[in-house]
Design a protein around this ligand. Structure first.
Ligand code: COA
Length: 333
């Protein structure tokens, strides 16, 4: 039994905001942002919500897969910016799509969220509990940014990406099965380090009840950029090497490394540490910024739409970020 991604979709807010636009409202410049991060513009939500972006991305993924909403058994949304504390974004998406049979819940693993959700879906599908899963990564990060803190707000954007994942049988030859074997998700690995969690954090509501009074003050993302940078450039290559080893795949066989889109310098450093051609690391951060849980599925969908993914291609996917968390997978397309 294996699981394969059989369709992808994505959705970005209509409004783009360039570095130049930001330089008109804060003390920053296109030169500072693009030279340190590779980001040139991002999409920011006006009327869109985390749920509306998720519904659009998920609907496109279903269409791309040729799967009906009623066929979805499991619907997982990875997000740290749900519109409600409850209901979950996944339940909102279920309602929006009419995926009436699906069991729906959210996962919070920040920028690793889509990968954690993919691995969770894989585990459910592998056991035979469910056959078809819809996995979404979606964020409206702009609402948890301090727009007076130029060191964080310029880095992030809003958007959603989705993938339909399906279980295939032992023969690997069902519709979508690989001719060379089972294909699909070959191996994954993931981890967490809560001891370092505060280097990238956004506080929730504090206790506020008859025993203790804490006025409601909105909290925003705070980050020790250099500590996060050091975490990423050491943890991500090690995670990728572990998952390649687990899959029995050599780095040279990998066609693309689909990494979380935080910063081009992190991606270049990972490529160097893996001794891999940086041309194998496609980018969306230039036009999306860091979209946390949505980064990996948006990039995967862009690649799919451009026809870059061919059957049998070996692809590494890797997410990393708040928690701290990280997660990598090797898939055969
Ligand atoms: N525009 C202009 N200047 C800015 C700025 C901005 N948007 N943001 C910060 N600066 C200034 C700082 O105030 C500082 O000025 P000072 O030297 O006068 O004090 C200077 O630029 C350098 O700041 P610093 O934080 O040391 O920059 P850096 O070289 O470490 O780059 C990051 C900052 C955030 C780009 C970098 O640390 C990074 O990419 N970290 C990883 C973050 C990340 O990817 N997080 C998400 C992971 S999921």
């Amino acid at each position: 039994m294996t699981t394969r991604i059989i369709g992808t979709g994505s959705s970005l807010p209509r409004q783009t905001v360039t570095n130049e636009d930001l330089s008109k409202i804060m003390d920053t410049s296109d030169e500072w942002i693009s030279s340190r991060t590779g980001i040139r513009e991002r999409h920011l939500a006006k009327e869109e919500t985390t749920a509306s972006l998720s519904v659009e991305a998920a609907g496109k993924a279903l269409q791309n897969a040729g799967v009906l909403a009623e066929e979805v058994d499991l619907l997982i949304v990875a997000t740290i910016t749900g519109d409600y504390v409850t209901p979950s974004t996944a339940c909102e998406v279920q309602a929006g799509l009419g995926a009436s049979r699906a069991v729906a819940f959210d996962i919070n693993a920040a920028c690793s969220g889509f990968m954690f959700a993919l691995h969770t879906a894989h585990a459910y599908l592998q056991t035979g509990i469910y056959r078809t899963a819809l996995v979404v990564g979606a964020e409206t990060l702009s609402k948890i940014m301090d727009w007076n803190d130029r060191s964080t707000c310029v880095l992030f954007g809003d958007g959603a990406g989705a993938a339909v994942v399906r279980a295939f049988g032992e023969d690997g030859m069902e519709k979508g099965g690989s001719e060379n074997g089972f294909g699909g998700l070959l191996a994954f690995e993931q981890g967490s380090d809560g001891l370092r969690g505060k280097v990238l954090a956004c506080e929730g509501r504090r206790n506020n009840n008859p025993l203790v009074q804490n006025p409601l003050v909105p909290s925003y993302v705070g980050m020790d950029g250099q500590e996060v940078y050091k975490f990423a450039v050491s943890t991500v290559p090690a995670s990728i090497l572990r998952v390649l080893d687990r899959a029995g795949v050599d780095a040279g066989e990998v066609k693309y490394f689909v990494l979380h889109q935080a910063n081009i310098r992190i991606i270049q450093s990972v490529a160097k540490r893996l001794r891999a051609d940086v041309g194998k690391f496609p980018l969306s951060l230039d036009h999306c910024g860091n979209v946390s849980a949505a980064s990996v599925p948006i990039l995967l969908d862009e690649m799919n739409q451009k026809g870059m993914l061919e059957k049998g291609d070996k692809i590494v996917m890797s997410g990393f970020g708040g928690g701290l968390t990280w997660a990598s997978a090797v898939i055969e397309w």
